[in-house]
Design a protein around this ligand. Sequence first.
Ligand code: NAD
Length: 499
Amino acid sequence: VTVEPAARKASDGRAAGAVEDLGNYIDGSFRQPRNGRFLDDLNPATGEVIARLPDSDAADVAAAVEAAQRAFPGFAATTAQERSRLLLDVARGIEERAEHLAMLEARDTGKPLALARRLDIPRAIANFRFFAGAALHAASECHPTDSAALNYTLRRPLGVVALISPWNLPIYLLTWKVAPALATGNTCVAKPSELTPLTAGALAEICHDAGVPPGVFNLVHGLGPRAGAALTVHPDVRAISFTGGTATGAAIMGAAGPLFKKVSLELGGKNPNVLFDDADLETALDVSVQSAFMNQGQICLSGSRVFAERRIYDQVVEGLVARATRLKIGDPLDPATEFGSLISRDHAAKVSGYLTLAGAEGGKIECGGARPSGLASHLAGGAFLDPAVVTGLAPASRVMQEEIFGPVVTVTPFADEEEAIALANGTRFGLSATVWTNDLRRAHRVAARLEAGTVWVNTWLLRDLRVPFGGTKMSGIGREGGRDSLEFFTEPQNICIKL
Ligand code: NAD
């Protein structure tokens, strides 16, 4: 069943040429928010309003949860084969619209179109294909109690799950939650970031066209403290999978704790990138500049704190500055652009504020931090900022301790392995870390002592979807990926049979 394009949007009949109104997707149809209120969605590279999204509240959330609750028994009873096929159909729908989705993502986030084509959209497809396969391979455990009894574990879907995602990798991270939730037979209510609603809306259309039954995938747009908060405390939501900032994670944990909801929190990072002097320096620098500045430095896994062994420290600073200043900054929609706009002018101002603070804390800005010169006139209202390399800061400085989530990398020298580990671990975050060395024994030794959910050695952002992904310390609770996602979205039940 396909709906006519006109019915896909919750248009209020405004004149042609007006920006599109997105709808919530509830119980298989696109709807206006009950309160009739909308928020502007901006293209951060130009400042233009490109759509309006529902400013949903608890009433819309309740309608979505109710629809998901109604759909749950039927969907939970589908076979793994059926769910797998459905996920493959969604993957195909994304693939068929890949170029359109890449364009939406670039306009909504300010990220380079080339990056959306290369990273975000392929990963969304891969997420659905991966969990389509996982649905077929799921197995459970059996614990024979000698000859007295046989225990086996059933894994049941939870029911209605809430999926809350951030703006930096909108469809990439939303599909990372939707695919395993559906693969295991749950129904869901997704709440994407209010800053980047476009690809989530397109995903609802794709699910609809793929034949995902009404109520199985629901989408509620709106602000975190209103729509998001209402979702997290709804009594019929059994679990919350959240990716976003650490402060928001704390608020969600606080709200969901007394209600005993299962939570998975994927939060912020301040990730160390440690370069030993035996590393292959050219490769390390090529990857480190990506790690610091890909997606304008707005990746939870960004290597925002570089530590360089003293002998190569000057080369590392020079190498990073040379590479950062060569990045092609400009219109995200130009396929040659390597570095686009930040998510908003407010966020760019926050990042600039950290550079001012870096100066006050005794740091030296080796490059970047200003508005790029020579931008085309239609980008005059955009949230652009040159990538910045900062040196000379104390490890305890705020700039080296707080997540900036923008194009700012600090570089700090270290004397030996012990000091490198202490510096790397010297933050309250623990999401990821990277180590560059050609000494095999050192690689293993250091990796095991780093307080991070993921440690990359001689690489960065190389992801295998089967591995446990998540953070330690203030970077979160729980793991997603492969079996961890299947376990998160199911409830184990022990059955004990007396023999
Ligand atoms: P955010 O925490 O502001 O928002 C994330 C989502 O939560 C949005 O959909 C928002 O509307 C919603 N939200 C906000 N307040 C809420 C509340 N009280 N209750 C329920 N929902 C609420 O984060 P952001 O600014 O969109 O994203 C940037 C942050 O995300 C960074 O800290 C980054 O490190 C983190 N992040 C983490 C990972 C990871 O896998 N660990 C991945 C990407 C981004």
